[in-house]
Design a protein around this ligand. Structure first.
Ligand code: UD1
Ligand code: CA
Length: 427
């Protein structure tokens, strides 16, 4: 059965105290909304993102990065139920499943969403809501059940009685619905509640009233539905995600010397027997091969593709570069927009000058197989050093260097014999 998603991302995110819309705040260089869209992409055929607050910025991000997603404007923002109703005109004749998610819940996994959809199908459910148990359920909508334990309704914190507030089962804000059966609910929602909003959660009662099969899927790992409302939540979510990523890497044969000081994005692949030393920060999308040594204190900024047996040493920054096997970038270097061959050695303090701030153009540095770069070299891009060539320490490379040549820019060293002694005598 076809599945489409509606992702709610129109809210203001007041508690972020930011000019940036909440869903564009980033974890490892990827906006929160990106996490949600990535998690649905293998499950759904089409995704609708409801935008409102700072709509233009969110639209631009979606258009640029997700061709399978359409943005729909919600203005003004009258609540989560109202937000979903914005998608109704686009789904008039659609009869498949709709998965509803929030753009500020980046930790949900594709695996959980698949299980959730399977649960919906296997239980012949018409409407399934995801729930979880929190010791401290404050701020979440509470799942209210009948005496026989069947789902009755969801009550928001602000509308809950003291008794209802004690309930620890909460609404995760993720729903799966048979669109054809539920779509009429959205024109019938009322806003007679504490917040004067059209609540999406009211579709539960609507479903019950229309004799539909309404169920809750209880998610065991409540970390996955952790929502971002403040910068404190953002930092906490980064921690949760990092722990998940590092554990997964370690289980797959990567040594992480100190997980407490290591930061690796979920979009980084790392091969077996690679060792990541402390205080290393790896963001964006990267691919690292086997038997590499990364760090301590290395920074990979995304778009980095490293083959096997490579050393990226301390205080080395790498961005958008391909590095072939058996190459060393040992110390204090910047490698950006570059292609490094195999068996290349980069001396300490080498910089690829890839950016011209006057015309804002970034250019490429190409170092072919076996090239040796002396310490403190500046490679002014665009530039190419061909196979086997050497560059002397302290050189500024401003033109291409042919194979097996030596390139060097250095004024000769002058020696003044006994200069220090003479100076001291004069004192
Ligand atoms: C909502 C649920 C609550 C649940 C919680 C889970 C309702 C009424 N409440 O509460 O039961 O426990 O999520 O995190 O649904 N949004 C829009 N347009 C709007 C309003 C909101 O797109 O008009 C978006 C927001 O950007 C956000 C999401 O919907 O991504 C949730 O809205 P929010 O106001 O954060 O709802 P909660 O109060 O957290
Ligand atoms: Ca919220």
């Amino acid at each position: 059965m076809e599945i489409k998603s509606i992702i709610l991302a129109a809210g203001k995110g007041t508690r972020m105290k930011s000019e940036t819309p909440k869903v564009l705040h980033e974890i490892y260089g990827k906006p929160l909304l990106g996490y949600v869209l990535d998690n649905v992409k293998n499950i759904t055929s089409e995704n609708f993102v409801i935008v409102g607050h700072h709509a233009q910025e969110v639209e631009t991000y979606v258009e640029k990065n997700y061709s399978d997603a359409k943005t729909i404007l919600q203005s003004p923002q009258l609540g989560t139920g109202h937000a979903v109703s914005m998608a109704c005109p686009y789904l008039k004749d659609y009869t498949g499943l709709v998965l509803i998610l929030c753009g500020d819940t980046p930790l949900i996994t594709e695996e959980t969403l698949s299980k959730f959809v399977d649960f919906h199908k296997n239980s012949n459910s018409d409407l399934t809501v995801m729930s979880t148990i929190f010791d401290n359920p404050t701020n979440y909508g509470r799942i209210i059940r009948d005496a026989d334990n069947t789902l009755k309704c969801i009550v928001e914190e602000k509308d809950a009685t003291p008794e209802q507030k004690k309930v620890k089962e909460v609404n995760a804000g993720i729903y799966c619905l048979d669109w054809g059966k539920i779509k009429n609910a959205f024109s019938e929602l009322k806003s007679n509640n504490a917040q004067g909003e059209y609540y999406l959660t009211d579709i539960i009662e609507w479903g019950k009233k229309h004799s539909l099969n309404v169920n809750a899927f209880i998610l065991e790992n409540n970390e996955e539905i952790y929502g971002i409302n403040s910068r404190i939540n953002l930092a906490e979510a980064t921690k949760i995600l990092t722990k998940r990523v590092l554990n997964n890497l370690m289980l797959n044969g990567v040594t992480i010397v100190d997980p407490d000081s290591t930061w690796i994005s979920a979009d980084t692949e790392i091969g077996q027997d690679t060792i990541i030393y402390p205080s290393t920060y790896i963001e964006g999308k990267n691919k690292i091969g086997k038997n590499c040594k990364i760090g301590p204190c290395a920074h990979l900024r995304g778009g980095v593709e490293i083959q096997d047996n490579i050393k990226i040493g301390n205080f080395v920054e790498v961005k958008k570069s391909v590095i072939k096997s058996n190459t060393n970038v040992g110390h204090l270097s910047y490698i950006g927009d570059s292609e490094l061959g195999s068996h290349v050695n980069i001396g300490a303090g080498t910089i690829t000058a890839n950016y011209n701030p006057l015309n804002k153009v970034k250019s490429k540095t190409i170092l072919e197989d076996g090239v040796k770069i002396g310490s403190n070299t500046v490679l002014v891009a665009p530039v190419k050093v061909e196979e086997g060539a050497n560059i002397g320490a302290g050189t500024v490379v401003t033109k291409n260097v042919p194979s097996w040549a030596l390139g060097i820019t250095r004024s000769p060293l002058k020696i003044f014999e006994n200069w220090v002694k003479d100076k001291l005598k004069q004192l």
